[in-house]
Design a protein around this ligand. Structure first.
Ligand code: ATP
Ligand code: MG
Length: 332
């Protein structure tokens, strides 16, 4: 049997470079590998774990699907669907919560960060986020999970839950592993933390124009352009030079990044020129995605059909797992 793959993106906005490099690139690689069966969803139910606007959620569910298709997810090769349409996700999440302790969930860094971001919204849904994510993956017996490095703690939880379920109930869940890409961590444009849909000013969307990209890149904080580097240029994930150099590495290659690092320790980097070239390199990569998206926007019926067919295929796989789990847990 082919190994299964599951990944998803929250419906909190259009996709940005972090989502593309950290998640979608991995999703594409596995979609094109005949050894895998790939399930890719818009994680709309995960959106309600933090404060949201109803109309925006409705719109963003669609935006994520359009971005997926524009970026190259292929409904002939992958099951593309909306999480909330498959109620088995919530059913399995409840079953899995019976082998998950509250203490473990409260101590996750991802939980603590979101509580810091939204102190008034420390809800059960937020606490349950990793359990729902484990359910997303295990429902399809997911083996590989193409997601960014920020999701590693959640994958660890999913593995623990899979082990517990297998031990206590004799299920046959694989222990899912993260399928990593080169862009597993794309920094925020603000110079602090990672690029995130829900952090204003942190991101470049796949749909941004060259002018928008230039304006955003111009705002990345930089230093004087001259200084010292430690030997391996292995600084923390923060700081003025790290951000721009990381973007250069990702969009113009390691060689180019090395040139800048050499300049940094000799005559100095002219950030104006660097940012101009970098903006163009980013736009060049995005242009074909934007062309494809415009085509898709002209064809809403086609997109509706993909979503409907995706739901059907996902449901079939989901029902199979739920039936097995109920049997093993004594609910059938
Ligand atoms: P939100 O702020 O709403 O949480 P987000 O930008 O963090 O949005 P998610 O929907 O949470 O995006 O994550 C979707 C996928 O994109 C996940 O696989 C996640 O690991 C990946 N991802 C998110 N941000 C980055 C980033 N800055 N670099 C690399 N991968 C990322
Ligand atoms: Mg996130």
């Amino acid at each position: 049997m082919k190994k299964r793959v599951l990944s998803g993106i929250r419906a909190t906005g259009r996709l940005h470079l972090g989502n593309y490099l950290g998640a979608v690139k991995g999703m594409l690689a596995l979609q094109d590998d005949p050894n895998f069966e790939t399930f890719y969803m818009v994680a709309d139910a995960h959106t309600i774990t933090t404060p949201y606007n109803i109309e925006e959620l409705r719109r963003n569910r669609r935006e994520v699907i359009l971005d997926y298709l524009a970026a190259g997810l292929d409904p002939e090769k992958s099951v593309i669907f909306q999480q909330s349409e498959i109620s088995e996700h919530f059913e399995l999440a409840f079953y899995l919560s019976s082998v998950t302790t509250i203490a473990k969930m409260q101590h996750l860094p991802t939980f603590k960060e979101k509580v810091k971001q939204y102190p008034e919204h420390s809800t059960m849904a937020l606490l349950n986020y990793p359990v729902l994510m484990a359910a997303d993956i295990l429902l399809y017996k997911g083996d590989q999970v193409p997601v960014g490095i920020d999701q590693e703690p959640h994958l660890e939880v999913a593995r623990e839950i899979a082990r517990r379920m297998n031990q206590d109930y004799g299920t046959d869940f694989p222990e899912p592993t993260r399928f990593a890409t080169e862009g597993e961590y794309v920094p925020s444009l603000t110079g602090e933390g990672k690029m995130s849909k829900s952090v204003e000013g942190s991101f470049i969307n796949l749909t941004d124009t060259l002018d928008e990209i230039k304006a955003k890149i111009a705002k990345i904080p930089t230093d004087s352009g001259v200084g010292t580097l430690d030997q391996n240029f292995d600084p923390p994930r923060e700081g003025p030079l790290f951000g721009v150099i990381r973007f250069v590495e990702l969009f113009q290659g390691k060689e180019k990044a090395k040139e800048y690092k050499d300049l940094y320790v000799s005559t100095g980097i002219r950030y104006g020129d660097l940012k101009q070239e970098l903006s163009e390199a980013i736009f060049n990569e995005l242009q074909p995605i934007q062309d494809k998206r415009r085509e898709l926007e002209q064809n809403p019926e086609y997109v509706n059909k993909i979503i409907a067919e995706g739901a059907q295929k996902a449901r079939t796989a989901a029902q199979q797992t739920i039936s097995e789990v109920k049997e093993k847990m004594g609910l059938k």
